[in-house]
Ligand binder design. Structure first.
Ligand code: SAM
Length: 309
């Protein structure tokens, strides 16, 4: 058995035991299992494993728990998307990553899987802040960060309310999608809807831009149809005023269970006086990931765009 499978087996066994003995959900059992592991001083299996083996094992245990009790806000960003986001972070921070560290913010950190996938890729070169409103998810994120020894400061709060976070080099976020229920808070945003409720994903983009350094980058997983809604005209105007749109990357349909869940990657740069907008926005579609040749052509297209930028 590979290392991550051994760790998963251990977590799975412990979580099932808690589920039966205490009548709690499997996901709560995973949290107890992680806390047990953190309490045990010597844990040779974890000491002998890579950070990404640990992340992967926790990811599979959490996914199992999420499938057993489906809650609409319990979603995790899968590896494939995390690795693609990581690839783009590398393209935009190539120089800074040689010396590091770069500061990251994920304002909807969930289980931490997206953030940890990216941090493990650039181990030792990043520090991060994560915000999450759901208590169980943020506790899972905290334990995962501790077990993988990644420097993440976590805040359990609504990310659309005041955040005590210094501006960062990069925001990475798989945006929560839908209406934002707190209309009073929404009024503080330029992207507040003129009528009816505001879109949380639009407000998250505005909040993230405010917490990014000038010249810093933002990498969002957005609903594929985000620019088609009535409210998107205001979003587009706001983005043109505050950022330079660098890239809009369509993702392969087969990564999503339904058309309504399809996502794209949106990459922005916060405007700064010392730089200028890219000559053209990179518009590309990631091919089916099993098609190696098409994938190689996609990466080549990104490189060509980067050189001409
Ligand atoms: N990237 C995460 C991961 O790998 O687990 C998944 C992010 S999920 C698509 C969106 C997250 O946003 C959910 O965990 C949800 O609880 C959180 N969320 C929704 N509204 C929020 C708010 N107002 N403030 C903070 N977090 C929020």
């Amino acid at each position: 058995m590979e290392k991550f499978e051994q760790i998963f087996s251990l977590l799975n066994e412990k979580a099932e035991k808690y589920e039966k003995a205490e009548g709690i959900s499997f996901l709560d059992g995973v949290l107890q299992a992680l806390e047990d592991v953190l309490d045990e001083k010597e844990q040779p299996l974890f000491q002998d494993s890579t950070k990404d083996d640990i992340r992967k094992a926790i990811q599979i245990a959490i996914l199992k728990g999420m499938r057993k009790t489906s809650q609409p806000n319990h979603q995790m960003t899968p590896d494939t998307l995390g690795l693609l986001v990581g690839y783009f972070v590398e393209q935009f921070f190539e120089e800074q990553l040689k010396t590091g560290p770069i500061s990251l913010l994920d304002p909807a950190v969930g289980t931490g899987n997206l953030l940890l996938t990216v941090m493990n890729l650039f181990d030792g070169k990043t520090s991060a802040t994560g915000i999450e409103v759901d208590e169980l998810l943020i506790r899972l994120a905290a334990d995962s960060a501790e077990l993988t020894e990644q420097p993440i400061v976590l805040y359990h709060q609504d990310a659309l309310q005041k955040m005590l976070v210094d501006p960062v080099d990069a925001v990475i976020c798989d945006l929560p999608v839908g209406y934002y229920p707190n209309e009073e808070v929404a009024l503080e945003y330029e992207l507040c809807a003129h009528e009816g409720m505001s879109y949380a994903h639009h407000l998250f983009i505005e909040q993230s831009i405010k917490h990014t350094k000038e010249g810093g980058y933002l990498f969002f997983l957005i609903p594929a149809n985000m620019f088609e809604s009535e409210q998107s005209k205001d979003l587009h105007k706001y983005l043109k005023k505050t950022t330079w749109i660098q890239a809009v990357i369509q993702l392969p349909e087969n990564l999503f269970s339904a058309k309504a869940h399809e996502k794209s990657i949106l990459i922005l740069q916060k405007q700064t006086k010392s730089e200028r907008a890219p000559r053209e926005v990179l518009l590309a579609k990631v091919p089916n990931m099993s098609n190696k040749e098409a994938l190689a052509m996609f990466f080549e297209k990104v490189q060509m765009w980067k050189e001409s930028k």
